[in-house]
Unconditional design. Sequence first.
Length: 383
Amino acid sequence: MPKVPKVPKVPKAPKAPKAPKAASAATAAGEAPILRYCAQPMQHPRQFDPAVDALRSRAILAGGKKWVNGTQLTFCCYKTGDAVPGSWLGKAADIEEVRQAFQAWFKLGIGISFKELAAPADATIRIGFDPAGGSWSYVGRDNLNIRDPLQRTMNFGWALNTPYGRDTAMHEIGHALGLEHEHQNPFAGISWDADAVRRYFQGPPNNWDERTIDWNILRKISPAEVKGTSWDPDSVMEYAFGAGLISEPAAYRKGLQPKGGLSAADKAWIAESYPGVGPKKEIPVLEVGLSQKLAIKAGETRVFDFTPTRTRTYSIATFGSADTLMVLFEVRSSGNLEIGGDDDSGTDRNAKIDMRLISGRRYQVGIRLYYAQMAGETSVMVW
């Protein structure tokens, strides 16, 4: 059977084993569950200039894959008529489960939204349903690196209208929102029987090679990239594992089975990462030539309104010794449309967007602060 490929020079959708096998619940107590697992595409870790100290790089990594508040996350499920392999096309029942999974995440009242689009070329998240491709998704803003509309950013390899399938849909969308695998959390304290793990995942139905096993199971994620300072064994981002794979903690030597669905920690993470805007809370307005303090802490985001009175090219920029991600949205009745952005993190410059804006149209500027030597001295201005 073909193997999952090595890290590509340019990120592309991963291949996976040919022979699909429907996921099932755990077998008799003490036996390994016969499941197919999510296999994330391997990515090159971000490298920083030596001048960027550890505290600063940690702060950048902590928020580097998260979206900016105000983002409308668009998705499209490949359908008949799209110039893609027929195996990528989903059944109506599975597509409906994807919609419901998006609803489950976004109905928590967070500061980003989602919308299903008909054309893959218009969507940020492009979803296939190839049984031979396994289930996987790119993480957060890594999706923006996959711009070809004929490349998937997410795939489902088994039926989603089962309890395990519904959790799979929630799991992959969790990746798209910026969550990593929970069992790779460095705070979990998991010690693996590495030989047993390799034997299990090299066998059917996963048939993974060693690099895929290391990337998705044995690798510890940087503490900066996980959702908290403790392990959540019930997270929807946690795998179920059978007996004999985990050596420590002792309580999980006979296996690990998450409860299913979104855990309390999952809900807390997304609320903290993408805080919603209450109906009574006004969004600050940017005025030409007048700077406004960002007034947020590292890891937080803030959104500003701007409605130009004249059609021309405007400059929008941050000021101060800070690492920021700035995104410009055009506000439409159908939702925010991202039209520009700049990420200055890890550099000695500030984020800046130069763009022609139309008089009378409403725009929003979303800014995520990664790190600042003096957060209170960071500001934004349009001119």
